[in-house]
Design a protein around this ligand. Structure first.
Ligand SMILES: Nc1nc(=O)c2c([nH]1)NC[C@@H]1CN(c3ccc(C(=O)N[C@@H](CCC(=O)O)C(=O)O)cc3)C=[N+]21
Length: 284
């Protein structure tokens, strides 16, 4: 038996068609949502992601606004770009592509984003609303993972979910979201200080591998039938994506979200969903 695929490419395409309908309904009322991006530096991966986000916007009929700064940009220059999008009425929501080049204060930049324009749900106010259980834009990757599981009818309520990695974009908010009443999962959050990762993973019905360590989840660790989601985006010497799932896990797992083709496209779809949700909310 080999695992069924949690097909993020197909699910993202379906979500985009649903969003296109909502965007068309807004256009009837003369309202056009706009997504902004701020990219600092010339990392080829980041450039590809940002380019893809602008193509996604064009596909569903929303405006996009792009600010690219050189790797040498100062803190003041990055913050000026943030101020510019905060003030731009055509920009409904926006992201600052992470990570920022070394030497820039990432938290200061994130904290300067108008929380009402935070497409990533990573502003401290919005993370705070998440902890308090109030509606706010949600971090895109965790939202995409939940949506991907839902659309394949993988049971989340009551499941034991092991999240590997405590990064701010995935691991940390993932645990917060999965333990809400609406998800009702039991979550173990593992990290570099975890004493026995294999023993933790062995108990998991769902494993969210977001450590950024190639092949950290091996077939021996996995409970037969478990759902595995690969969020790792390391690169090999030929610049190809290497995920956190080791080869061979598909022979043990019940479900696998591959990488590429799994969580990545869902992240982009949820970014669009955040923009459309916020636009509808603002014009109720
Ligand atoms: N502020 C911020 N928000 C983010 O959401 C954010 C970020 N910074 N920094 C970097 C990570 C990474 N990320 C991905 C998005 C799409 C794919 C994606 O679409 N990947 C495709 C193709 C990948 C390829 O072939 O290169 C796939 O998985 O099929 C992957 C990774 C968003 N991130």
């Amino acid at each position: 038996m080999t695992a069924q695929i949690l097909d993020g490419k197909a699910a993202a395409a379906a979500i985009k068609s649903e969003l296109r309908v909502r965007v068309a309904a807004l256009a009837e009322r003369g309202i056009v949502p706009g997504l902004g991006t701020i990219l600092v530096g010339d990392d080829p991966g980041s450039q590809w992601y940002v380019g893809a986000k602008h193509r996604d916007c064009a596909e569903i009929g929303i405006t996009s606004i792009r600010i690219d700064l050189p790797a040498t940009a100062t803190q003041a220059e990055v913050e000026a770009a943030v101020d510019q999008l905060n003030a731009d009425p055509a920009c409904t929501l926006y992201i600052v592509q992470l990570p920022l080049p070394r030497g820039l204060d990432e938290n200061a930049v994130i904290g300067r984003i108008d929380p009402a324009k935070d497409a990533d749900g990573l502003h401290p106010t919005n993370l705070g609303w998440l902890v308090l259980g109030a509606p706010a834009p949600l971090p895109c990757t965790p939202r995409g993972i939940i949506e991907l599981l839902r659309r394949h009818e993988v049971e989340i309520a009551g499941a034991h979910v092991v999240v590997v990695g405590r990064g701010i974009t995935v691991g940390r908010p993932m645990g917060l979201m999965l333990t809400r009443r609406s998800e009702n999962a039991t979550v173990t959050l593992c990290h570099t200080g975890t004493r026995d990762l294999a023993a933790e993973v062995a108990r998991a019905d769902i494993v969210i591998a977001a450590a950024g360590v190639p092949g950290i989840i091996t077939p021996e660790m996995v409970k037969p039938g478990a759902a595995l989601l690969d969020v790792g985006v390391s690169r090999d010497d030929d610049n190809r994506i290497v995920g956190d799932l080791a080869p061979g896990v598909r022979e043990v797992a019940g479900w696998v979200a591959p990488n590429p083709g799994g969580v990545g496209p869902m992240t982009r779809a949820m970014l669009l969903a955040n923009v459309v949700d916020a636009t509808e909310l603002a014009h109720r």
